[in-house]
Design a protein around this ligand. Sequence first.
Ligand SMILES: Cc1cc2nc3c(=O)[nH]c(=O)nc-3n(C[C@H](O)[C@H](O)[C@H](O)COP(=O)(O)OP(=O)(O)OC[C@H]3O[C@@H](n4cnc5c(N)ncnc54)[C@H](O)[C@@H]3O)c2cc1C
Length: 347
Amino acid sequence: MRDYDVIVIGAGISGLLSALTLSKEGKRVLILEKEGYVGAVCRSYEVNGYRVDTGPHAITRLESGPLRELMKKYFDVVPKFIPFGTYYVRVDNRVKAFLWNIKDWLMFDLIPMKDRLLLMKSLFDTPYMLNTGKDLSTVSINDILPCDVSITTRRFLDWLSYFMVGTSMENAPISRFIDNKDHRPSSIHYVGRLYNPLITEGARDQGYPKGGLQSIVDSIMNSFPKNMIEIKTNEEVLKIQCNERIYGVVTREDSYDCNTIIYSGFASNLPNLIDNLPREYVKNLKSIRKVNSLTIWLGLTKRIFKNHGSEMWINSEPYAWVVPTSNYDPRLVPKGKTVGGFRVHIT
Ligand SMILES: Cc1cc2nc3c(=O)[nH]c(=O)nc-3n(C[C@H](O)[C@H](O)[C@H](O)COP(=O)(O)OP(=O)(O)OC[C@H]3O[C@@H](n4cnc5c(N)ncnc54)[C@H](O)[C@@H]3O)c2cc1C
């Protein structure tokens, strides 16, 4: 197969899903992957009979989110999911369930009471900003943070911003915290907007793929239609060729013609692949910071995690988000066996 409609750069979950959907819509797809394996961040491997995941642990919005829609429409083999468990926060080695609403926040005594009250006040001030026509997407968590809150509270909010929005509290707009989803209608507009933070009970439709993350990748690959997709690993795209329009890609081994290309690598690397992108656009792409994260498999000699789900660590070294591998239940580990897996996201 040489005559491709689409070239997908990267065989991570995005590239694989793009290839699946396009091929099922009748397109011939070539996937080029620079590494020697597919799945990228989203994979699993075995250690001493335990399956360890390399990346995601909670698959969100499983009831009706985008993955559910894609699975319904395009998967021949659908992975099975088990409930993800619960999120916990560990501050100075005290652990509490994650707070999803303002009531929880008031009871959340891992943060000093004074800070909790100050923050509540700031949060309740925001609807007034809305009423005066202020665009809350331009106001960050940092902007409304009282200056005398403790360092622990700052760290917590910074972590929360990364967790909820994927960026630091300087860049996390408060609109993402108070104006999400389908707030209830109310005669007073801003009360409706505050409805979610007041009553939400947390994400209930999160799951973990039975058999590890690998089972999602396997399901996608097993759903690929015959003769519509070719995957070449160990083949890095060095240049995306274009004049007025895209017309192909160049690798060390070969070159391929195609006028539709899907790039799923780091956005900040795109300017290295395409010449003559607008300067302002390049500047924006280059300013995107990468978050470092790693997977660690440790031989634990004692039980640390008592809960099923994830733990986020504040005031620990390194300042980190620690996630026990979700299909690993510490209660099931035979006595005396030294095993344990967790991921550390260093923010
Ligand atoms: C530790 C960790 C925990 C996470 N937890 C969650 C979670 O719980 N829930 C959740 O929903 N998400 C989570 N995520 C995010 C999620 O894993 C990623 O968003 C997703 O896996 C990214 O997939 P991707 O295909 O877009 O990119 P990647 O997985 O990065 O794949 C990109 C691929 O493109 C290839 N590539 C790049 N450049 C080239 C080139 N020039 N030529 C050829 N190939 C190229 C790379 O080698 C790579 O294989 C987590 C991520 C990490 C790292």
